[in-house]
Design a protein around this ligand. Structure first.
Ligand code: FAD
Ligand code: MLT
Ligand code: ZN
Length: 469
């Protein structure tokens, strides 16, 4: 179908105000947050509800029009950016913003896919409950995008990732049919786990339009600390000690290297280090509980033991909410600081926690030998075995050299990850960034299984082509 006719038919389905047709309005949709990918589209369609999504998908199915689903467009793997052909329609969920139901007795919340993560958290809070998914982009990313990427963030250690926090989904299939799987059940063994299948599928199997999410009791107290350590093995040992001493009260254990903190201090206004000295590694760790009494004492005891044992060289415990927030600002400023510092080759890897230190030692030595001029910015959710092992490039690096270095660095880092039984994609998704890498590291059997599912659900290959597979 010709583009003007497609636009005319889409106008009937979602209204004039449901389409973005001008280049200026489309600018925020065709470029990703990192500024790494730039695509183009003839039209951004913004349906208001699942019925409208279904109508748009039926039209795209009939006309064989490829579709790129998009939530908050904060993804880090280029998954929500269309290609440069202009032939792909962007289907944005950003007008689907209804909290459909909060059930405090069942501890569930049902939301449209376009509700921002921060809005889900707020709705849970208003009901005296807690929705634990938490990440730096929570004010801009959508719950649909979180589920489509199986997002992680800073509370996975205690509560799991997005997949662990969803009980049911509503999905519009590539042919426009609506699957209503919005069940708020913690037990449901009625066959294949379709909810889990769509979670993490990065818009390649269907459009998530709604979700039933798990809620938890609201935490009544938290204790936050910032420690400096000499080595990564010391931090891994500290993690084990804290888990033994504090159990599930340990909700966050976030690491950053010295060079990473320096980057934040240089690029984030108002940032200052909680500790006087410089340490090779830093950790932000937090305890939370529904019963606040005793939490501060537990933190003081745990931090004191870590200092006495030499696992930490220094430690600051937040004395109030403002100090805790300042510590979190350092952690959450890392992504922005990296963008301001220039180009980076980003690795989002997962390893068994027991092998993190071996990876960092071996990768550090290999990169120092082969790329001595390139600084490594290493940080991440080490309680989950997830490192963002990024390598900074000179700000003026030319495109061919950027591509050459990306390929060479990926090979060193990802080969080592594979040797240590890790994953080359922990929480940001595969998108277009790691699509070729995925083929290299997944077994032919696993790739074949994924393709069989893809062909069965999307035989015309219209859902987010060029991403993931
Ligand atoms: P988008 O970027 O719009 O889309 C991401 C992918 O999901 C695309 O493939 C898209 O096609 C697909 N998609 C989106 N919505 C739907 C839908 N409704 N149905 C089907 N497919 C859909 N990620 C983490 O995991 N942990 C972090 O700690 C973290 N920190 C971040 C910090 C910052 C400052 C930024 C900018 C990003 C961070 N991210 C993090 C990455 C990003 O926020 C997550 O991947 C988030 O889940 C993406 O949500 P989104 O709504 O922006 O999705
Ligand atoms: C984070 O943990 O801050 C993120 O996943 C974002 C990033 O890697 O930049
Ligand atoms: Zn992360």
């Amino acid at each position: 179908m010709r583009i003007p006719e497609l636009i005319e038919r889409l106008t009937h389905l979602v209204g004039d105000d449901g389409l973005v047709l001008d280049a200026e309005g489309q600018a925020a949709y065709v470029r990703d947050w990192l500024g790494k990918w730039q695509g183009s589209t003839a039209v951004v369609a913004r349906p208001r509800n699942a019925a409208q999504v279904s109508a748009v998908m039926q039209l795209c199915h009939q006309t064989r029009t490829p579709v790129v689903p998009q939530g908050g467009n904060t993804g880090m793997s280029g998954g929500a950016t269309p290609d440069g052909s202009g032939a792909q329609v962007i289907l944005s969920l950003n007008r689907m913003k209804r909290i459909r139901e909060v059930d405090p007795v069942n501890n569930t919340l049902c939301a449209d896919a376009g509700v921002l993560l921060a809005e889900v958290q707020e709705a849970a809070r208003a009901a005296g409950r807690f929705f634990p998914l938490s990440l730096g982009a929570e004010g801009s990313c959508t719950i649909g995008g979180n589920l489509a990427t199986n997002a992680g963030g800073t509370a996975v250690l205690r509560y799991g990732n997005a997949r662990d926090l969803a009980l049911g989904l509503e999905v519009v299939l590539p042919d426009g049919r609506i699957w209503n799987g919005l069940r708020g059940l913690r037990k449901d063994n009625t066959g294949y786990d379709l909810t889990s299948l769509f979670i993490g599928s990065e818009g390649t199997l269907g459009i998530i339009t709604g979700a039933v999410l798990k809620l938890y009791p609201a935490a009544a107290g938290r204790a936050t600390a910032w420690g400096g350590a000499a080595t990564l093995p010391a931090l891994v040992q500290l993690l084990t000690r804290l888990q033994a001493a504090c159990g599930e009260r340990l909700t966050a254990f976030e690491m950053m290297s010295a060079s990473c903190l320096e980057l934040v201090l240089a690029h984030v206004s108002g940032a200052s280090s909680p500790l006087a000295g410089r340490h090779p590694y830093y950790v932000l760790f937090e305890l939370t509980d529904t019963e606040p009494s005793g939490l501060s004492a537990l933190m003081e005891q745990a931090a004191g033991a870590a200092l006495a044992e030499g696992l930490l060289q220094d430690c600051a415990i937040a004395m109030n909410e403002a100090q805790a927030r300042a510590m979190w600002r350092l952690r959450e400023g890392i992504s922005q600081a990296q963008v301001r510092a220039g180009k980076a080759v980003k690795h989002d890897i997962a390893l068994p926690v027991s092998r993190l230190a071996a990876f960092v030692e071996e990768a550090g030595a290999a990169l120092a030998a082969e790329f001595p001029a390139l600084p490594v910015v290493n940080f991440g959710h080490i309680g989950d075995g997830n490192l963002h092992y990024n390598v900074l490039l000179p700000p003026d690096v030319a495109a061919p050299e950027y591509a050459r270095l990306t390929a060479a660095l990926n090979r060193r880092v990802h080969d080592l990850v594979a040797q240590l039984d890790g994953s080359i994609s922990a929480e940001h998704g595969v998108g277009q960034l790691r699509r070729d890498e995925l083929r290299r590291y997944k077994s032919p059997v696993e790739m074949d299984l994924m393709w069989m599912i893809k062909r069965a659900l999307d035989p015309n290959h219209l859902m987010n082509p060029g991403k993931l597979l």
